[in-house]
Design a protein around this ligand. Sequence first.
Ligand code: S3P
Length: 166
Amino acid sequence: MKIYLIGFMGAGKSTVGHLLGKALNATFIDLDQLIEQKCNKKISEIFKDDGEMTFRKIEADYLKTSNGEIIATGGGVLYFEETGQWIQQEGMVIYLQAPFEELYARIQGDHTRPVAARPYEELKDLYHKRDQAYRNISHIQVSVSRRSPEDTVTDILSSLKVNGGK
Ligand code: S3P
């Protein structure tokens, strides 16, 4: 069973994915990191030099060819509707959910995330649109609001037991 972690920027997908990989003794892949390695460029440089659409296509391609068991995706992974349908069929999709204000406080001024540089209102709007999409696509939703990554892993593990895996 593959596990895809989805959620807005700052939800802790990478940290949680890494810990979850250890807990399940499963291979972990951070999609953003994989893209940076393969392209030999920072994500911010890809956005700047090649544009967002190029990044989104690369992101969707590497998602489909990555062979980790646990995959931390980027916040915009559902950019193409068919990607959502694809991950939903491919494995267990877990949405790490938190209120916008909490996530905004974490990502504000983070220059490694080009999307985080957008104006507050625009980001809030994006959050609400994506929140709906993440909910629609995910099999499991876990609140990461004021939870440590370790607590979140515990929550995921008990949720997986209830859901019986896939
Ligand atoms: C993005 C989120 C980033 C990264 C890229 C675009 C987005 O990943 O993929 O900067 O559109 O939300 P994180 O969610 O890990 O920050």
